[in-house]
Design a protein around this ligand. Structure first.
Ligand code: 13P
Ligand code: SF4
Length: 392
């Protein structure tokens, strides 16, 4: 990786919204509520046969999208697998499908609803499949920050950029303020475009993707970045800090990738001489700096597919994907970067019982768990999503 000179101090975690999964409502969460369905028992030995039959009965009327972090039992039924960028493209490219069943999390299904035709319905098999990172940026907080930037007279210089992992109303905010959505596959291109439009970027909600891209891929200094904490007045920043900053990073993070530490990297290097450390850019800055390779989920898959037989890889991303890659490449030594980091609990909400229930409901003529973004939000968010899809 590039070497940077400034000293890096990892800030403590923002308090994470830990919710009782699938139970009750949380108005502060971008995700929905509990699953209303009469789910089949997870022990039902016919679940695979039932999903196969229901999918066959629906034929071309249904298109199933599966994010790479989904369980194997679910991913086997996906018509297309991908990272969030590829899945957004795929959703937009399927105008003939009546139902898009999104095996992923809530913000992805919202983006699919925005990008598909009005008559198409996007379905999330479990409404409680949210994302704790997306929940870390709430519209009211973001608007408060923006008003402060306006009062300081700097809002006109700032281009807002939101990671795909944000609620539709945050994307709407970015769209109405002439910004862009990005994913981990195109964050550099999105920032290059943004710095052609203005002199500063307000990056939401993943501080790590913003910092890692700016510093390690674009040559910014750590001192060019400031961390805006929505729980403190004015983000905990002085007017001078905000005026001088080039990257204003929202204090959000992924509760899965944020758990990999520099100690995991040191430990694996000691244990496995010659190991290649490959991580997702949602990991902390010190972890990414210590890694050999960094990239989006699609990048990680391509790197492992292309790796020579006999090579060793410690991978810092979601466990379902790392496990699948290890099983797919028995001639390579592919291991998880950390011993304690676990699955993304909300991605794992989508299991075979939820998928079977969803598909069988559709066969019965009932459409469950439809994700709908209101018209105004969708129109504004679409501006920022289309800008992403049009990035050079
Ligand atoms: P990508 O799909 O963009 O790699 O993002 C990873 C992720 O955390 C999705 O929730
Ligand atoms: Fe959200 Fe992280 Fe899970 Fe992705 S892996 S859905 S960013 S919590």
């Amino acid at each position: 990786m590039n070497l940077v000179t400034a000293t890096w101090t990892e800030p403590g975690n923002t308090p994470v919204a830990l919710l009782l999964l699938g139970k009750g409502t949380d108005p502060a969460s971008e995700r929905g509520v509990d699953c209303p369905g009469d789910l089949p028992a997870p022990s039902d030995p016919d679940l695979v046969a039932r999903a196969t039959a229901a999918k066959a009965a629906l034929g071309d009327r249904v298109f199933v999208l599966g994010h790479h972090y989904q369980r194997d039992e679910v991913i086997q039924f996906a018509d297309v697998t991908g990272d969030s960028f590829k899945l957004a493209q795929q959703a937009a490219a399927r105008p003939e499908a009546e139902f898009i069943v999104f095996c992923g999390v809530h913000f992805m299904a919202e983006s699919a609803d925005i990008l598909t035709k009005p008559e198409q319905q996007v379905i999330l098999p479990d409404l409680a499949a949210g994302c704790s990172m997306a929940d870390m940026a709430v519209l009211g907080q973001v608007e408060t920050a923006w008003e402060h930037f306006q009062d300081l007279g700097i809002a006109g210089d700032i281009v807002p950029v939101t990671y795909m992992n944000s609620s539709a109303d945050i994307k709407g905010f970015v769209g109405r303020n002439s910004g862009v959505v990005c994913t981990s596959s195109n964050a550099k291109r999105a920032l290059d475009w943004s710095f052609e439009q203005g002199s500063k970027v307000f990056f939401l909600p993943d501080q790590h993707l913003g910092r890692n891209t700016a510093v390690l891929e674009m040559g910014f200094d750590l001192d060019d970045c400031v961390l805006y904490d929505p729980h403190k007045p004015h983000g905990g920043l002085t007017d001078e800090q905000l005026r001088n900053a080039r990257m204003i990073l929202w204090r959000g993070h992924c509760s899965v990738h944020g758990r990999f530490t520099i100690d995991s990297v040191r430990e694996v290097r000691e244990r496995v001489p010659g190991v290649n450390v490959l991580v997702h850019p949602e990991c902390r800055h010190d972890v990414v700096r210590a890694a050999d390779y960094v990239g989006s989920t699609e990048y990680i898959i391509k790197a492992l597919d292309a790796a020579p037989a006999g090579s060793a890889w410690a991978v810092g991303t979601e466990l379902n994907l790392v496990r699948r890659m290890a099983l797919a490449h028995p001639d390579k030594q592919i291991m998880f970067l950390d011993r304690t980091v676990c699955y993304c609990s909300t991605m794992n909400r989508i299991d075979l019982p939820h998928l079977v229930w969803t598909l069988e409901e559709l066969v019965a003529g009932r459409v469950p768990n439809v994700i709908t973004v209101d018209e105004k939000t969708a129109r504004e968010a679409r501006v920022a999503l289309d800008q992403m899809l049009a990035l050079p």
